[in-house]
Ligand binder design. Structure first.
Ligand SMILES: Cc1cc2nc3c(=O)[nH]c(=O)nc-3n(C[C@H](O)[C@H](O)[C@H](O)COP(=O)(O)O)c2cc1C
Length: 293
C-alpha cells in the first residue's frame, strides 16, 4: 500500500531515517527508481541545490562554489543512463541551471534578460482583474462540445501554477459526461459537460518527504485556481466541485484504473456556460486584513 508520508505524521526517528536515506541514495537505487519519482527528484534537487543559489548569485554578482552543481550533474548523468529523453523539461531546465552555476563559479556573468516577462501594460492589468472578478461559478451549460484544444489549454494553465519545491505532482483525468453518463452522480449539482479531475501522483513527494500535508493539498489548490481562471479566460465557464464521499472517489478510481499512488484531490466542471449569476459579493479587503504592521 502506498504510504502518504509527510512531515505531519512522521515520527522524529522516521524523519531522520528518511533524510539519511535520501542523502545516501546510490547510483543503483537511482537507476532502479521509477521514472516519475526520479524526474521529481531532479526537479526538487534542481530547485533546492541550484535554482535559488544561481539567481541569488547572478543578481548580486557573487561567485558560486565550483562544486555547487555536482549533485545535479550526477543526476543528469544518471538521467542519460536511464535513457530518458533530453527534451524533457526538467532535463532542459536543470541543464540551464548547471551551465549558469558553472559560469558563476568561473566569475562570469549570467544573462537573465532573455527571460524578462513581457511588460504588463495597463490594459493587461485591467484584463487580468476583470478575469479574476468576473469568473463565476456557473452550474448550467449549453449543449455545445468543448474542443480538446481548449481543454488542454486550460489544463496547461493548471500545470503552470506555483508548486511547492517544483515537485510537479499534478495529473488529470478528463471525462466528457456524454461518454460516461452518470459517473459523477452524487455531487450536489448535475455538473458540466466536461469533468476535469485533478489528481496528484504521490510518488513525486518521495523527492521531499518533508513536504507538509498542507503544501501537498495547496499544490492541487493552486492548480485548481489557475484552471477556473483559465477556463473563464478561454471562453468557458464552470464550477469547482467537491467529491461528496469516498465511495464516489472509489468509483472514479476503479473506472480509470488508478493505482493507489494517484490521489484524487478535487474536480472542476466546465463547458459553455448558460447562466449569469449575480457575483457573490466579497468582503471588503479592509475587513479581511486582520493586521498591518
Ligand atoms: C474547494 C471548493 C469546493 C467547492 N465545492 C462546490 C460544490 O461542491 N458545489 C458547488 O455548487 N460549488 C462548489 N464550489 C464553488 C463555490 O460555491 C463558489 O466558488 C463560491 O460560492 C463563490 O462563488 P463564485 O465562484 O461564483 O465567485 C466550490 C469551490 C471551491 C473552491
Amino acid at each position: 500500500m502506498f504510504r502518504d508520508t509527510s512531515m505531519d505524521y512522521l515520527t522524529k526517528e522516521e524523519r531522520s531515517e528518511i533524510l539519511k536515506k535520501n542523502q545516501q541514495l546510490t547510483d543503483e537505487e537511482f537507476l532502479a527508481m521509477d521514472d516519475t519519482e526520479f524526474r521529481a527528484r531532479v526537479r526538487e534537487r534542481g530547485h533546492h541545490t541550484l535554482e535559488i543559489q544561481v539567481y541569488h548569485a547572478a543578481y548580486r554578482n557573487k561567485k558560486l562554489n565550483p562544486d555547487q552543481a555536482d549533485y545535479a550533474k550526477r543526476l543528469l548523468r544518471l538521467w542519460e543512463q536511464k535513457g530518458l529523453s533530453k527534451d524533457l523539461p526538467e532535463y532542459r531546465y536543470v541543464s540551464f541551471l548547471i551551465d549558469s552555476a558553472d559560469k558563476l563559479a568561473r566569475g562570469e556573468a549570467v544573462d537573465l534578460t532573455p527571460y524578462k516577462p513581457v511588460p504588463v501594460t495597463k490594459e493587461m492589468e485591467d484584463n487580468f482583474f476583470t478575469i479574476v472578478k468576473e469568473r463565476r461559478s456557473v452550474r448550467e451549460f449549453k449543449d455545445i462540445d468543448v474542443p480538446d484544444e481548449v481543454i488542454d489549454k486550460v489544463l496547461e494553465a493548471g500545470l503552470w501554477a506555483a508548486h511547492g519545491c517544483n515537485i510537479q505532482s499534478i495529473r488529470y483525468v478528463v471525462v466528457r459526461e456524454k461518454n460516461e453518463p452518470g459517473l459523477f452522480k452524487g455531487a450536489d449539482v448535475p455538473g458540466g459537460p466536461v469533468h476535469l479531475v485533478i489528481l496528484q501522483d504521490m510518488r513525486c513527494y518521495r523527492a521531499n518527504s518533508f513536504t507538509p500535508l498542507r503544501n501537498r493539498l495547496l499544490d492541487a489548490g493552486a492548480a485548481g485556481q489557475n484552471i477556473v481562471l483559465a477556463a473563464h479566460a478561454a471562453g468557458l465557464e464552470g464550477v469547482w466541485l467537491t467529491f461528496p464521499n469516498e465511495e464516489f472517489c472509489e468509483r472514479l478510481r476503479k473506472k480509470f484504473n488508478l493505482p493507489d499512488y494517484i490521489r484524487l484531490v478535487t474536480y472542476v466542471d466546465v463547458g459553455y456556460g448558460d447562466q449569469t449569476p449575480h457575483p457573490p459579493l466579497r468582503l471588503d479587503v479592509k475587513d479581511a486584513i486582520l493586521g498591518r504592521f
